[in-house]
Ligand binder design. Structure first.
Ligand code: 5AD
Ligand code: SF4
Ligand code: FES
Length: 353
């Protein structure tokens, strides 16, 4: 058995192709020795294709108002216990400016699905950031129309993050009332067509999710040829219908990350905040299992505790300056460096763009 596992990990590390059945094997090491080999090979592939630079993306969580009702998420519409906010435009722009001076070259604008933000309002914000600051802008604001995505791209948005959450269409529809997996895929295709660098990604350890589903998530990311994949553990939130279920583990999340790196050598893989919430050194561990990106929070401190997607989120009492120093120390503590460029898609050169 050991020989097969080893052979498949080596094959994945060299050719970045596996069948679903083979992927299922390397997702489930049988002992520590196999697991260490999986993590080591993922780290080597990361080194070979991405180098030692870790890209920082500063996230501004500019509105926690959401019209959707995803069963797992603390921002869901039916959670009436949450204090809702929208950060005034001026403060969003100041947060972006501060992030720029802290050395960030990517600003991620993230929110719930909040239609108060018309495309004109959003375009205004993106345009101003792009006019005044030399940064890449990533949007993470959920499902919008093709025309809205097009307008936002026109004013300079570079990237779009729309996680597919789970590649199992049935599980997807159970967890997302009124939403369809098909609509999600379509939007990912539109975003690509419009020239965005596109991120998808899934949650690990959702109730009712099987290991086959996770293999499908990785194969889906590969098939979509995404530029970025946000993969993090499920953390149950008490004020949601899934509050009493169990969450995803650090171990399983690291295995999914490692397999993703083996099969998608050029993808940007963040060590998520959720993984940092599960374990004090979760992000460092993820960076050593294939991840090459960290997304520190740059939301002004007074809003942070209310962006409660899941409980016990890290950094909620911190100001952006503090997180910037903290993350630099963490990255350097494992012998890695902080990138100083925009951190665009690693596939752009290959595509000749
Ligand atoms: N645990 C982990 N991740 C979550 N998300 C939402 N709720 C949870 C949770 N309870 C993630 C989803 C979503 C992003 C905003 O946060 O993947 O895309
Ligand atoms: Fe809203 Fe996103 Fe949370 Fe779903 S996951 S409830 S769309 S913020
Ligand atoms: Fe925020 Fe460490 S990254 S306190």
């Amino acid at each position: 058995m050991r020989r097969r596992f080893e052979k498949l990990v080596m094959k994945a590390a060299e050719h970045h192709e596996l069948t679903k059945e083979e992927l299922l094997c390397i997702l489930q090491p049988e002992d520590d020795e196999e697991k260490i080999l999986l993590f080591k090979k993922a780290d080597e592939v990361r080194q070979r294709y991405c180098g030692d630079d870790v890209h920082l993306r500063g996230i501004i969580e500019f509105s926690n108002i959401c019209e959707k009702n995803c069963l797992y998420c603390g921002l869901r519409k039916d959670n009436h216990k949450l204090n809702r906010y929208r950060i005034p435009e001026e403060e969003i722009l100041n947060a972006a400016k501060k992030a720029y001076f802290l050395g960030y070259r990517t600003i991620v604008l993230q929110s719930g699905e909040d239609s108060w933000y018309t495309v004109d309002r959003l375009c205004g914000i993106v345009r101003k950031i792009k006019q005044h600051l030399d940064v890449a802008v990533t949007l993470c604001i959920g499902e919008r129309t093709y025309e809205e995505y097009r307008e936002l791209r026109k004013v300079g948005a570079d990237r779009y993050l729309l996680k597919h959450e789970t590649a199992n269409p049935l599980l997807y529809s159970r967890l997302h009332p009124g939403m369809l997996f098909y609509d999600r895929i379509n939007r990912l295709k539109w975003l690509k067509e419009l020239g965005y660098q596109v991120g998808a990604g899934n949650i690990v350890g959702l109730p009712g999710q099987s290991i086959e589903d996770l293999a499908d998530d990785i194969l889906f990311l590969k098939q979509m040829d995404v530029d970025m994949a946000g993969i993090g553990p499920f953390i149950p939130h008490g004020n949601t219908p899934l509050g009493k279920t169990s969450g995803g583990t650090l171990d399983l999340t690291l295995r999914v990350l490692a397999c993703t790196r083996l099969l998608l050598p050029r993808v940007h893989l963040p060590a998520t905040t959720a993984v940092g919430t599960l374990h004090p050194y979760g992000r460092e561990k993820a960076l050593q299992c294939g991840a090459n990106v960290v997304m520190p929070n740059i939301t002004p401190a007074k809003y942070r505790k209310d962006y409660e997607i899941y409980p016990n989120k890290i950094c909620i009492d911190e100001e952006p300056e503090h997180c910037r120093g903290c993350i630099q120390r963490r990255i350097e503590s494992i012998g890695r460096t902080v990138a100083t460029d925009y951190g665009h898609s690693l596939k752009l050169n290959k595509r000749g763009a």
